[in-house]
Design a protein. Structure first.
Length: 206
């Protein structure tokens, strides 16, 4: 009798264990969890050589733009929201630059772009820098008089590619007080630079 009762108890226990095991939810993989191994994003492809070549072409084309009064090139190149800082610290604008080129307010017997280089930041941004050596440079004032702006300038231009087109979005220029090849202490080095235009044009920066 006791043996039958023991068998019955064991049978009931097995039944309960098996029943509970059948009620456990199946374990499925958690697809919401982050992978244990970090996946590196695809590296951006940047054709630095092509970007450098294009922006250097733009910078070196400025003497032609100035000589031919090609205001259309300035209008296409400069962004509407461009920030321009002239050698005298004044702010310029795209409208003013375009007008100065179209009307011949800025002119020069010789405008040479040297030491130009480009620092590519990514496929849509780059910074160009260099020097401009201006000979026989003139800037026409509102009263009809002209200022001599001959000399040497250093400039930095910031470019951004917008809708697939490179735009000049920032330009700053400073006049070199002691041009290269003119050692400090020489008479020429002590000569004060010519007065700067009262209104600035990025043309004076190239």
């Amino acid at each position: 009798m006791q043996r039958n009762a023991l068998h019955l108890i064991l049978a009931l226990m097995c039944f309960i264990v098996l029943g509970l095991a059948g009620c456990q939810p199946s374990i499925s993989p958690d697809t919401n969890r982050e992978p244990l191994v970090a996946v590196s994003p695809a590296k951006e492809t940047v054709d630095k050589a092509a970007i450098e070549a294009e922006l250097l072409r733009i910078e070196r084309d400025y003497p032609r733009v100035l000589k031919e009064k090609d205001a259309q090139s300035i209008d296409q190149l400069e962004a509407d929201d461009i920030v321009v800082v002239s050698p005298d610290g004044k702010l310029g604008s795209k409208a003013q630059d375009t007008e100065d080129i179209r009307n011949g307010n800025l002119s020069a017997e010789s405008w040479e772009v040297v030491d130009a280089k480009v620092n590519v930041l990514n496929k849509d941004a780059a910074i160009a820098s260099g020097r401009s050596i201006v000979k026989g440079g003139k800037f026409k004032l509102l009263d009809g008089k002209s200022l001599d702006i001959s000399g040497e300038y250093r400039w930095i231009d910031t470019f951004a590619r917008r809708d697939g087109v490179w735009k000049l979005v920032g330009s700053i220029t400073t006049q070199v007080r002691e041009p290269e090849g003119n050692p400090a202490g020489s008479p020429a080095a002590k000569t004060e630079p010519p007065p700067l235009p009262t209104k600035a044009s990025p043309a004076a920066t190239k």
